[in-house]
Design a protein around this ligand. Structure first.
Ligand code: Z5A
Length: 222
């Protein structure tokens, strides 16, 4: 399927504000007359959501990081086939809460999984459906974990990854920064330790400058 819409992913540790920023960006795009779907990983299609429940319950953790990475890849294949690729082919934009960089960071860097396995799974699962832009939300882990815990209060138990210790989360934070540094064309790091509106302005500036201004310039020439 040919890709006509834009594919934007949000990455970072727990509680950095990905869901909040995706919601704000979807509103901005709607104001600009751009249709966008909001989706997430693991999940985003009925079969991938079923795998999400298995993985986040911790039921798959006895398989180790390799087994979990394979399950994330299986969920991603279905998510792309059923949700992401059809939307992009229809010209809609796709805003996705986590994608393949989360496998690199969680199962690769933090889970110490061999890079060649991560790369192979990514080639098979993602293929050509690569993000046009990845926004890495970054902030000190003490604060982001506090946010995640506050949001959870009185409701759900911490999931499989929220139960990991401080060193795991520090490794994750650095892994996302390393991914962004290695692919500066695709990735932008956003300081998430600010009020949501300020973070949202920077997210919007990244999207507007990369995709919307050039599009308007092209339309003006026609
Ligand atoms: N995982 C993996 O290991 N490998 C993979 O390949 C993939 C995923 C795809 C999915 O969890 C888990 O799967 C994830 C990695 C792993 N690990 N965990 N846990 P998830 O999707 O359920 O959870 P999450 O991705 O970590 O996101 P989150 O905890 O839902 O947080 P968030 O979306 O980044 O933040 P938020 O919900 O927008 O905000 C959190 C709270 O902070 C909330 O109360 C907000 O109102 C508040 N907030 C947000 N922004 C601000 C600002 N700027 N100031 C103050 N307060 C704020």
């Amino acid at each position: 399927m040919a890709k006509k819409g834009r594919f934007i992913t949000f990455e970072g540790g727990e509680g950095v504000g990905k869901s909040t920023q995706i919601r704000l960006l979807a509103e901005k795009l709607a104001e600009a007359g751009i249709k966008a779907i909001v989706t997430r990983e693991p999940g985003g299609s009925p079969q991938a959501e079923a795998l999400r429940r298995v993985i986040l319950s911790g039921a798959a953790s006895p398989f180790g990081p390799a087994g979990e990475a394979i399950l994330f890849a299986a969920a991603r294949i279905d998510h792309i086939d059923e949700t992401i690729a059809p939307a992009l082919a229809a010209g809609d934009w796709v805003l996705c809460d986590r994608f393949a960089d989360s496998t690199r960071a969680y199962q690769g860097a933090a889970g110490k999984l061999d890079k060649s396995l991560i790369d192979s799974l990514e080639r098979v699962a993602v293929g050509e459906t690569r993000p046009d832009l990845t926004l890495v939300l970054d902030m000190p882990i003490e604060k982001s974990l506090e946010r995640a815990a506050a949001r959870r209060q009185g409701s759900a138990e911490p999931d499989r990854f929220e139960r990991e210790g401080r060193a795991f989360h520090e490794t994750l934070r650095q892994a996302f920064l390393d991914i962004a540094a290695a692919e500066p064309q695709r990735c932008a790091v956003i300081d998430a330790d600010r009020p949501s509106e300020q973070v949202g302005q920077e997210v919007w500036a990244q999207v507007r400058d990369r995709f919307i201004k050039p599009r308007r310039r092209a339309e003006a020439k026609d």
